[in-house]
Design a protein around this ligand. Structure first.
Ligand code: ZN
Length: 450
């Protein structure tokens, strides 16, 4: 998607003044297919959420915001340059890439407590967006996301937007469109999952035995090739499912994949549902976790090297977007967000525990996501979870129609939906670009304090 967007952006050097390389998005808007995909791509992660208003910023931001508001069935609020709005306004002055400006919004454009998504075409120095964020907050709006079509990373606009969840479809690491800096050309993908994934590989697949300083991983790693990309499969519970969740060598697994050069991990997992609307057979692309395990070694940094990994958004947003779009393309029953609570296991939850987990905000429940995801984060790898719902956990949420979960039900439901899961994962692999250009690697570098 990013390559597609970049291919449709025209660079205008020294416009509107010398030294500014302007990104002209009109060729992109002029291509109906790309424009539709772009709007779908930005809107889809919010489609399951309540969005009251989409805010568009004068003038090109209106184009995207309006299409996205339509898609999300949300209202449109506009932020305009000074003097353009006819009724009572609040305003904010800011400096921008070339000059200074004041923007305004009508006082009733956002009502207190409304959930707001802000959309603009380009994140440059961040001044316009920072002022818009201030205006929305002053009116009492709750900002649930800030989306850009293009981010000019070298202008560090993100620094002005601390505390906001920011996404950009296409990122430019340097001012030169012709040769954007690429740091992730060498894509190697690890899959950590059940034994049903062996048939992903052709006859040329080979098994590799890897040892790490943290011991042996769960099993031999199978190396193969899919869509021209190197794939490394690791059976999470061992080849014969001999490892229970609390005995999985999580650190050895992640370290072994890292040793093989893997920089992207796709991690399918079985989960129980804690919400009526998340049904067995559904997929959830988790974006948050709550850890309830206590006995697991969950860091590579036990001293003397110390690191504090940022965990606010542990799952790779770029990979999540790819999975969501592909799931939508195949018409899969897929939830684009979800919080997974991880319990120690191996027993399932009591009725009371299950109810408690739903009350603290968990959507699904599982025994293996932690510390797997966070160990991957510590080593700077992109991690994507695709959860397959196998049951209603303790049965509370099925409207009296489901018995509490049993292992027979979990295995049967997983087996019934394995083909869909494999279709989705292979579509994700096919669509991972050569340059994922995300924050995961940089986040791991920032974490280290010595
Ligand atoms: Zn990433």
């Amino acid at each position: 998607m990013e390559e597609l967007i970049k291919s449709k952006i025209r660079e205008i050097p020294n416009w509107p003044k010398p030294g500014v390389n302007f990104k002209d998005i009109t060729p992109l808007l002029g291509d109906g297919d790309v424009f539709t995909k772009m709007v779908d791509y930005i809107a889809w992660p919010y489609s399951g959420k309540k969005v009251d208003k989409v805010v568009g910023i004068d003038a090109r931001g209106f184009i995207l915001a309006s299409a996205i508001a339509y898609k999300l069935n949300a209202g449109l609020a506009i932020v305009r340059k000074k003097g353009k709005l006819p009724w009572q306004t609040i305003s904010k002055e800011y400096s921008l890439e070339y000059g200074a400006n004041t923007i305004e919004i009508h006082k009733d454009a956002i009502l207190p407590g409304e959930k707001v998504l802000i959309v603009d075409d380009v994140l440059a120095t961040g001044g316009t967006m920072a002022a818009t964020v201030d205006l929305v907050r002053e009116l009492g709006g709750e900002i649930i996301g800030v989306e850009f079509l293009v981010e000019l990373c070298y202008l560090n606009g993100k620094e002005k937007l601390a505390g906001c969840k920011i996404n950009s479809l296409a990122k430019f690491d340097s001012g030169n469109l012709a040769s954007p800096a690429k740091e992730n050309n060498d894509i190697k993908i690890g899959i950590i999952g059940g034994s049903g994934f062996y048939d992903f590989f052709g006859s040329e697949a080979k098994e590799i035995e890897v040892e790490t300083e943290f011991g042996s991983p769960s099993g031999k790693i199978t190396k193969g090739n899919l869509f021209g990309k190197e794939i490394y499969f690791l059976p999470r519970h061992g080849k014969g499912h001999e490892l229970p969740p609390h005995k999985i060598p999580y650190k050895a697994n992640i370290a072994a994949l890292k040793k093989l050069g893997v920089n992207i991990i796709i991690a399918p997992a079985a989960v129980g549902s804690l919400r009526t609307e998340i049904k067995p057979g559904n997929f959830v692309v988790c974006d948050q976790f709550i850890n309830r395990t206590t006995k697991r070694d969950d860091t590579f940094f036990n001293g003397p090297e110390v690191a504090h990994i940022e965990s606010a958004y542990p799952y790779c947003e770029n990979l999540r977007k790819i999975a969501i779009i592909q799931g939508q393309k195949f018409g899969l029953p897929l939830h684009s967000n979800g919080t997974v609570v991880i319990i120690e296991g191996p027993r399932f939850s009591t009725f009371a525990e299950s109810l408690q987990f739903s009350r603290i905000g968990a959507d699904v429940i599982n025994m293996t996501q932690y510390p797997e995801v966070i160990l991957a984060c510590e080593l700077g790898m992109c991690y994507l979870n695709i959860s397959l719902v196998t049951d209603y956990d303790a049965g509370i949420y099925a409207g009296g129609e489901a018995a509490p979960v049993s292992i027979g039900e979990v295995l049967a439901n997983f087996k019934n939906n394995t083909d869909k899961l494999k279709t989705l994962i292979s579509a994700v692999i096919e669509n991972i670009p050569a340059d994922l250009n995300c924050d995961c690697k940089k986040k791991a570098e920032r974490a280290k304090i010595n």
